[in-house]
Design a protein around this ligand. Structure first.
Ligand code: PLP
Length: 465
């Protein structure tokens, strides 16, 4: 049975021929590339295919662990097609077509947040995008501090160290969101330049309460940076909870936004995006490279980004994907997000009703965290790891996380709280297919858990064998 999609390769060859025809006026030539003998290429590639087998099956619905979503076939193909040209989106000299595609694709993302006038571009990923946002924040409010929640992405601390900014953590509440009282108290000291609002934390998908943070901005004058690297597209989903929906509804009021097309936007890695509501942020990027920018008075993307060379192919892939799947509510793309979220809710319900497990708060996006019920947090922590391994043997791939015991507080019952954090299981249900695979995922988890915990499942299985 074929697992890896190949049906689109015909359309791809056709596109290569169409691209080729665009250069028909050039005199014929033979590229002098060593090692292009068909046989040797096939041998080298076969070795690579062999090596690449040593991966979890990220493309398969039974991979339900980390934030890994297969790129859309059209993104893969558009990226590969652009590779025959290998454009560089630093400057128009290096990537005329793909620079235009980047501007269009980024404008479509900005429009999703309600922005028409803005400054923005693609970059290597969420980390680079956040770095640019914090850097601009530090230029607008020099010498002031950056605040981010305890559950914010770990790179904010590191980025701040690189930029020599002071970054402080704000505690989280029992739902993994930034604690508003703690933020209000901290902001009242008056030395806060920017608050990072995580719109979907990496660990649990918790959404910081943006409306209330915007109210504090009005009072204290800090910048609001929305780190929506993971959750940014969920504003398109119509099955969010009330509070998360309210936060996403106001994301356009942030001063800057980061979103990762390579997380939920069906793109290959190497595609992050940073947006600034005030397009005059461009002034901070000013530099005078003596080599570039002479081909045109039009904007070169290198004039508004920290990175120099960047793959135009990433822009081609994103542009093509958005052509096929526009970023609109009620569209096929939004439906994919809604299905992942529905899968998370269904999975959470099953866990909640089963005594073998202890659940935390209900998922806000499409990430579920849970642990086996045990005498104590430390015992549950050990069992989590064993279930993780046992599930993997059954081809069900989950993830393990270390999270505050407080997240489970309401449901721990008699479990002894002998640790401040619990090693738990985490499942990111990013694929639309996850919804129809929940019964199978549940069966595998159930069997794996029974094996580890002992209990009925294990007995029936042994009897059957
Ligand atoms: C993934 C993530 C990042 C980092 O993005 P990369 O693309 O991995 O560099 C930052 N913030 C959040 C909330 C994330 O989920």
């Amino acid at each position: 049975m074929v697992q890896l999609e190949q049906a689109t390769l015909e359309a791809f060859l056709e596109a290569v021929r169409k691209l080729d025809a665009g250069f028909a006026q050039l005199p014929r030539f033979e590229a002098q590339v060593p090692g292009t003998e068909e046989e040797r290429i096939a041998e080298a590639l076969a070795e690579t295919a062999e090596r690449l087998r040593d991966n979890y099956p990220y493309f398969h619905p039974l991979y339900a662990g980390q934030m890994l979503k297969p790129p859309h076939p059209v993104a893969r193909l558009a990226y590969a097609l652009a590779m025959w040209i290998n454009p560089n989106n630093h400057a128009l000299d290096g990537g005329r077509a793909t620079s235009a595609m980047e501007k269009e694709a980024v404008a479509e993302i900005a429009a999703m947040f309600g922005w028409k006038e803005f400054l923005g571009h693609l970059c290597g990923g969420g980390t680079m995008a956040n770095l640019e946002a914090l850097w601009v924040a530090s230029q607008v409010q020099p010498g002031k501090k950056i605040l981010a929640s305890e559950q914010a992405h770990y790179t904010h601390k590191r980025i701040s160290a690189v930029l020599q900014l002071q970054c402080e953590s704000v505690p989280c509440d029992a739902l993994g969101r930034m604690d508003l009282n703690a933020l209000a108290t901290r902001a009242a000291l008056g030395d806060v330049g920017a608050v990072v609002v995580t719109m979907g934390t990496t660990a649990t998908g918790s959404v910081d309460p943006l409306p209330e943070i915007l109210a504090l901005r009005a009072k204290h004058g800090f910048r609001v940076h929305a780190d929506a690297a993971y959750g940014g597209y969920f504003g398109l989903a119509e099955n969010l909870g009330t509070e998360s929906a309210l936060s996403f509804a106001r994301i356009g009021e942030a001063d800057s936004i980061v979103i990762d097309p390579h997380k939920h936007g069906l793109q290959p890695y190497g595609c992050g995006c940073v947006l600034f509501r005030d397009s005059s942020a461009g002034r901070f990027y000013k530099h005078d490279s003596p080599y570039t920018y002479f081909s045109s008075a039009e904007l070169h993307l290198g004039e508004i980004s920290l990175e120099c060379s960047r793959p135009g192919a990433a822009a081609a892939a994103l542009w093509t994907t958005q052509r096929l799947l526009p970023l609109v509510r009620g569209g096929a793309f939004a439906n994919g997000l809604e299905r992942g979220r529905a899968a998370a809710l269904a999975f959470f319900e099953r866990l909640r009703r089963d005594d073998r497990f202890v659940t935390a708060f209900a998922p806000e996006l499409d990430i579920v965290i849970f642990a086996p019920r045990a005498k104590s947090i430390s015992e549950a922590s050990g069992l989590s790891r064993r279930i993780f391994e046992s599930a993997a043997k059954r081809n069900l791939h989950l993830a393990v996380a270390e999270l505050p015991t407080e997240f489970w507080a309401a449901n721990l019952g008699t479990m002894q709280r002998d640790r401040r954090t619990m090693t738990c299981l985490r499942s990111v249900l990013m694929k639309p297919e996850h919804l129809e695979w929940i019964p199978r995922i549940w069966d595998e988890l159930s069997a794996a858990s029974s094996e580890v915990l002992g209990g009925e499942g294990a007995h029936t299985r042994r009897a059957a064998e």
